[in-house]
Design a protein around this ligand. Structure first.
Ligand code: FPP
Length: 254
């Protein structure tokens, strides 16, 4: 007999399938900027600059490929360990992106939100982020989420710390709690460029049933065609969410 917990999990799985009626949630770990630059004899910051061009192209292409939410991993909480010069270059680039791209994002119907910690960002950046979020708040064609000073483990720990009820949270309640700060819900497809096959503390809870696509292409060389190919491959996969594939009825004996 099915237990209450199993029934609850089934209901949540059914709901998960219907969660994104308007499109997919695609998350991308944009890896390979540094190698791209080094191979060309350029400083790593040149790779990050080239990576921003890819961000622009991918953001533009995403809605027509059926993407409703796009979460990009721009700076992990562990990236503070990089040399100060590279961290500063990345922060300057993100600030520049906000300034240079906001009008284009708004015109294209994108809503921008930034997830992750804001208290360690360089002075003024969080104010600019809040301004960009306000200015694009009505965008309904694409929800673009940029993960900045983001750690999934920290996000989960922070959500747990916010839990004040007496009962342990259900999956659903905890997911809502986790998502309550600019949430994007479950990830459908997680793409990582650059050849590595790991999650690097990105969206651990939200990727519980994500499909994964690891590509060797370095992020500056990634483009809308690669995104389209990953989505086409995703659409060919059977998502069972822990259940069983529907079994085709046996052919009637002739
Ligand atoms: C990983 O490549 C990439 C990053 C740590 C930064 C990603 C940032 C951008 C693409 C630009 C800014 C983003 C937005 C949303 C405007 P790596 O440097 O670790 O590459 P490597 O593995 O080749 O060294």
């Amino acid at each position: 007999m099915q237990s209450t917990m199993d029934r609850q999990a089934d209901q949540q799985d059914d709901q998960r399938r219907d969660d994104q009626p308007n499109g997919l949630h695609v998350a991308i770990i944009m890896d390979g900027n540094g190698r791209w630059a080094t191979r060309r004899g350029l400083p790593r910051s040149a790779g990050h600059r080239a990576g921003v061009q890819t961000v622009r192209k991918v953001v533009e292409a995403a809605p027509d490929l059926g993407v409703a939410t796009l979460t990009l991993f721009a700076f992990s909480s562990d990236n503070w360990r990089r040399p100060q010069a590279e961290v500063s270059a990345l922060m300057a680039l993100l600030r520049h992106y906000l300034r240079a791209e906001l009008a284009r994002l708004v015109d294209g119907g994108a809503r921008l939100t930034v997830i992750g910690r804001r208290d360690r960002l360089p002075e003024g950046l969080s104010v600019e982020i809040a301004g960009a979020e306000r200015a694009s708040a009505h965008g309904s064609r694409l929800h673009l989420r940029v993960a900045l000073d983001y750690s999934a483990r920290d996000a989960i720990a922070a959500a747990a710390a916010r839990w004040r009820a007496e009962h342990p949270p259900t999956r659903e309640a905890f997911a809502q709690l986790l998502a309550s700060q600019r949430g994007g819900g479950d990830v459908d497809l997680l793409i990582r460029s650059g050849g590595e096959k790991r999650l690097s503390d990105f969206l651990l809870w939200e990727s519980a049933y994500a499909e994964f696509c690891f590509v060797d292409t370095l992020w500056p060389d990634f483009g809308p065609d690669d995104l389209a190919a990953a989505i086409a491959d995703f659409r060919g996969r059977e998502r069972r969410f822990g259940g069983l594939a529907p079994i085709a009825p046996l052919e009637a004996a002739e």
